[in-house]
Design a protein around this ligand. Structure first.
Ligand SMILES: [Zn+2]
Length: 297
């Protein structure tokens, strides 16, 4: 760790120094927002909103931009007390050593303690505890380090030995899909991430756990809902279940896919939902003529 780096003042958002470090204007806008909010760090929705206001663009790839900022600057995710899934992102200074984030042994004790506290000393998968169930808990990287996961607290969870073992076995079984997983994880929208993984593994049974991994949504997301949304875009995805030991495993198999709609899948899904709601309202409140014609039929 370099002392010099820690004391070096942060560059002004409009400075040539920052432009020299970061060529992408949107990433500099993220820096600008974090820089202005140093005293009172913001959560992601507020950051996104302000960056959109600065750049005039929505649909920004915030995860990727934050990752690229973190190669230069120290921007930890801090959990808001009492709110398990809310994080604020303080811009603390220069990143003293970017490489430190990416090895398992460098999870600081304070972060380990935080993870144990957040998960109430329970396995995130089965809910068992050392006290009641005599299980041993380990800290797990939700996105594994070799797939680009970090030691940031939002990527860490507690798993019991057994669930941790199952997860490692799952990734060992899918070694050949590592590139597809890495590529999916780098995409900006949840439907793209899930859809591109399904495409890369088309015709194979893709375990739900891999879908949850690339979805990168809070509380393991809602894979059933995401599959429904992809189906609404014309995709054919078969779901199957298989029993394995004490649990039921769920798989998704892609049988047909459609090109991504212009403007991206997220916007298309929102449009479809809006149209469906309008159609429902029209059905509920028919005009007098409609009533009569229905009665005649
Ligand atoms: Zn467990």
């Amino acid at each position: 760790m370099s002392e010099k780096n820690e004391r070096r003042p942060l560059p002004d958002p409009a400075s040539a120094e920052l432009r020299g470090l970061i060529s992408d204007a949107e990433t500099r806008a993220v820096y600008d927002v974090l820089y202005q909010a140093r005293e009172e760090p913001l959560a992601m929705p507020a950051i996104r909103e302000r960056v959109s206001a600065l750049t005039g663009k929505s649909n920004l790839q915030m995860d990727r931009r934050l990752r690229s900022l973190r190669t230069h600057f120290d921007v930890p995710a801090r959990r808001v007390p009492e709110k398990r899934n809310l994080f604020v992102y303080p811009l603390l200074g220069w990143n003293p050593d970017a490489d430190k984030r990416t090895t398992r042994k460098n999870i600081p004790g304070s972060v380990r303690a935080l993870v144990h506290h957040t998960y109430g000393n329970r396995c995130a998968a089965c809910g068992r505890t050392p006290k009641d169930d005599q299980v041993k808990l380990v800290i797990d990287h939700m996105v594994p380090l070799d797939l680009g996961g970090t030691n940031d607290p939002e990527n860490l969870q507690l798993l019991c030995d057994e669930d941790n073992h199952d997860k490692q076995a799952l990734f060992a079984d899918h070694q050949e899909n590592a590139d597809a997983l890495r590529k999916s994880l780098s995409l900006p929208e949840v439907h793209l991430r899930i859809g591109e993984l399904l495409k890369a593994m088309a015709g194979e049974d893709v375990p739900k756990e891999l879908i949850v991994l690339v979805a990168r949504e809070e509380n393991n997301g809602d894979p059933t809902k995401r599959m429904r949304e992809l189906r609404s875009l014309g995709w054919i995805i078969k779901n199957s279940q298989r029993k394995k030991g004490r649990r039921v495993l769920s798989f998704y198999r892609l049988e047909h896919w459609e090109p991504w709609p212009p403007g991206g899948p997220q916007a298309a899904v929102v449009r479809l939902e809006r149209a469906r709601r309008r159609a429902k309202r029209a059905q509920k409140a028919p005009s007098g003529t409609d009533l009569r014609s229905t009665a005649v039929e």
